[in-house]
Design a binder for this molecule. Structure first.
Ligand code: F6P
Length: 324
């Protein structure tokens, strides 16, 4: 490869800056030029491409967000836009592309690989919902950010002897909720993977759990609710009515996507960024980088997207036991 392009796509995640910095600096060390692409695939289609200079990568490793900005791009699912994007990349002499994003972004990278552009994708999402890897860039920071917020809510919840429902991100995945639940000592953890859609049943179980723990003398009751289960405000109202325990809901929202990345996110993102470049240097394309069993590894994007992932049942059971 002569020139590598980098873009960040989908929801931002803390550590994306560390990743793109590592991509650029490793590429320069290997004698490769680097071009930045603003605003993900939609910026690519608008030709928002610039020569990246060293300064762009300075003073960003400690920052959340992405210096390249990000976007979600629906039209990129269509072949004509994929062809156009490949044309634009070629017009900038970009023969290798690193995409940092979630599995929607991987699909885009796969399509560009089919168009003859060598691509490597990095898993950048706070959700941890990428099957081929045990680690995704941003998850560690997001969990720590949410945990700190939950600790604060817990203080207030205890003082008022309330039940608190705290909604964390994860539309389709409960990893943030599970980790926050265990880390915060929550009494109940609600995740989309274990929710059958029956809300009255779920709420009855919660009501029982609250009354049981109240009888044991617990001063608060924390429920960590994943966004994919949702309805936290309505749930709070109904629980309060049924139990007589004052109940409040807090939705943490996008604060979970921001903030200075943890050491883990900076370091893992850095190694993953470097590996992406070295894979391109070795002639690889259509690959996604992951982390498994203590090692950075890579998979064919097609294979990676075909893998399934579920919350570990043992971990979920223990999380429930610890909250009793
Ligand atoms: O994928 C990351 C994520 O934060 C999810 O947890 C959440 O469901 C979604 O993005 C929110 O997307 P948006 O920022 O576009 O509202």
């Amino acid at each position: 490869v002569q020139t590598i392009g980098i873009l960040t796509s989908g929801g931002d995640a803390p550590g994306m800056n560390a990743a793109l910095r590592a991509v650029a600096r490793t590429a320069w060390a290997r004698g490769i030029d680097v071009k930045g692409i603003y605003r993900g695939y939609s910026g690519l289609l608008n030709d928002e491409i610039f020569d990246m200079k060293k300064e762009f990568t300075c003073d960003i490793i400690s920052r959340g967000g992405t210096a390249l900005f990000t976007a979600r791009c629906e039209e990129f699912k269509q072949l004509e836009y994929q062809e156009k994007a490949a044309e634009i990349l070629r017009s900038h002499n970009i023969d290798g592309l690193v995409v940092i994003g979630g599995d929607g972004s991987f699909r885009g990278a796969q399509k560009l690989s089919a168009q003859g552009i060598n691509t490597v994708a990095l898993p950048g999402t706070i959700d941890l919902d990428i099957a081929c890897t045990e680690y995704t860039i941003g998850f560690d920071t997001a969990v720590n950010t949410a945990m700190q917020a939950i600790d604060k809510i817990r203080d207030s919840s205890t003082s008022h002897e309330r039940c608190s429902i705290i909604e964390v991100m994860g539309r389709n995945a409960g990893y943030i909720a599970l980790w926050c639940g265990v880390a915060s000592g929550a009494e109940d953890i609600l995740i989309p993977e274990r929710f059958d859609g029956n809300r009255p049943k779920l709420e009855n179980e919660l009501i029982e759990s609250i009354l049981e723990k109240k009888a044991l003398g617990k001063k608060h009751h924390l429920i960590i609710n994943a966004e994919g289960v949702g309805h936290s405000y309505g749930m709070a109202k109904r629980i309060e009515q049924a139990t007589g325990v004052e109940t409040r809901a807090s939705i943490l929202g996008h604060m979970q996507r921001g903030g200075n990345p943890t050491a883990k996110d900076r370091v893992y993102a850095s190694y993953m960024g470097a590996l992406a470049v070295d894979l391109l240097c070795s002639g690889a394309t259509n690959r996604v980088v992951g982390y498994r069993n203590g090692q950075y590894i890579d998979y064919d994007i097609e294979d990676a997207l075909g893998m399934a992932k579920d919350v570990d049942q043992y971990e979920f059971e223990i999380a429930q036991i610890l909250g009793r």
